[in-house]
Design a protein around this ligand. Structure first.
Ligand SMILES: [Zn+2]
Length: 368
């Protein structure tokens, strides 16, 4: 099987449907409501023990019941010794040198780069975002041999057979997410172009660092005007009754998804990323070796429709870029480090993770 990534994108329409650290779900902070009738009111949190926290996402809204599945939920720990070798060819990116138009917004959970350009291609890049944690060294969602990294970048692609990512998202094989682990440069090593980490040559992602430094500053403050107090009147306080939703683990039917689960577009404040983006900004030095498995979105609705590609080798960004991400505010005006932006590891009954490289053939790669 050859995965061919061709670059393209969609017009602005999909913006509020992206995966990842990705949904804008604003709620009045004081209501502490934990389940909702209307998907447009539904809200999730990364606060561990809170009733809207990761353990309870499946109960918050009937559209999110898949979050309680144990079939193929993400993220996971990739235990290298349990992976199976399969000879995938190297991922092929077309138009890789073309920078595509993008905007950035603070979605209330994290800053999102959204792509706004369309090519006539097979798979469309629509979103780039970066996860981080409460603990500086544990911010990635995936782990490799139980080792986490400070951050993890996700590039979200959808099958161009669909009109937009919202349509592709619930469909089987609708999405591909490429994941790259991110380390932080030591202050004194910021100009160091590469380092060696195990068998990986670690690329300093200079352009990504610049984008993070410049644009996370712009979206640091959560735009209060995007909270529409009028909509709060419609939240039915009595809907707490429906918190007994115990369909956790089931996937809603396609009809249900179509009727109940599509959110209205949010009126986000976004900024133009004048230089555009390309996956080259994010890809590691070694693009030959990766893991791949069939998983899910890591935010509600947690649909099990994502083919994950997790690169073996990390990149690193400047410490300033890391700091700018840490300072971004969530929809409760807390810095993202308060609860982190990462779903805990999922325990699936059986997920096969493939690697496209032979472990005993690994060569050490050194900086020149
Ligand atoms: Zn993500």
């Amino acid at each position: 099987m050859e995965l061919v990534f061709l670059f393209a994108t969609v017009a602005a329409v999909f913006v509020s449907f992206v995966d990842g650290a990705g949904y804008l779900q604003i709620r009045p902070p004081s209501l502490n409501q934990c389940c909702y009738e209307d998907i447009n009111d539904a809200h999730f949190s990364y606060e561990r023990d809170f009733c809207e926290g990761p353990k309870y996402w499946c109960k918050v809204h009937p559209c999110w019941t898949t979050c309680g599945s144990q079939r193929r939920q993400s993220p996971i720990n990739i235990n290298i010794n349990e992976t199976s070798y399969k000879s995938f060819s190297r991922l092929k990116f077309d138009n890789i040198n073309t920078r595509v138009l993008a905007t950035i917004k603070n979605n209330g959970h994290a800053p999102d780069f959204d792509v706004h350009e369309e090519f006539d291609d097979e798979i469309t890049l629509c979103n780039l975002h970066v996860h981080l944690g409460r603990d500086e060294n544990k911010g990635s969602e995936h782990a490799i041999n139980n080792i986490f990294k400070p951050m993890e970048a996700h590039m979200v692609f959808y099958d161009s057979e669909y009109d937009d990512v919202g349509e592709a998202k619930p469909k089987k094989n609708g999405l591909v997410v490429i994941s790259v682990m991110i380390e932080v440069c030591g202050k004194s090593k910021e100009n160091n172009e590469c380092g060696v980490h195990g068998s990986c040559k670690v690329r300093f992602a200079k352009k990504l660092s610049k984008l993070m430094e410049k644009y996370y500053e712009k979206v640091r403050q959560y735009p209060l005007e995007s909270i529409n107090p009028n909509s709060w009147d419609f939240i039915d306080l009595l809907s707490k009754k429906s918190c007994s939703n115990n369909n956790c683990g089931r996937t809603p039917s396609p009809d249900f998804i179509e009727e109940r689960c599509e959110k209205e577009e949010q009126n986000d404040r976004s900024f133009r990323v004048t230089e555009g983006i390309t996956p080259l900004d994010v890809l590691p030095y070694d693009t030959h070796r990766f893991y791949t498995y069939a998983g899910s979105l890591t935010t509600p609705p947690c649909y099990e429709t994502v083919q994950w590609v997790v690169y073996k080798c990390p990149i690193k960004v400047s410490s300033k870029a890391f700091r700018m991400l840490q300072l971004v505010e969530d929809s409760h005006l807390d810095p993202l480090t308060k609860f982190g932006v990462r779903r805990p590891l999922q325990k699936n009954k059986k997920v096969v993770v493939y690697r496209n490289f032979k472990i005993d053939n690994e060569k050490r790669l050194y900086c020149n």
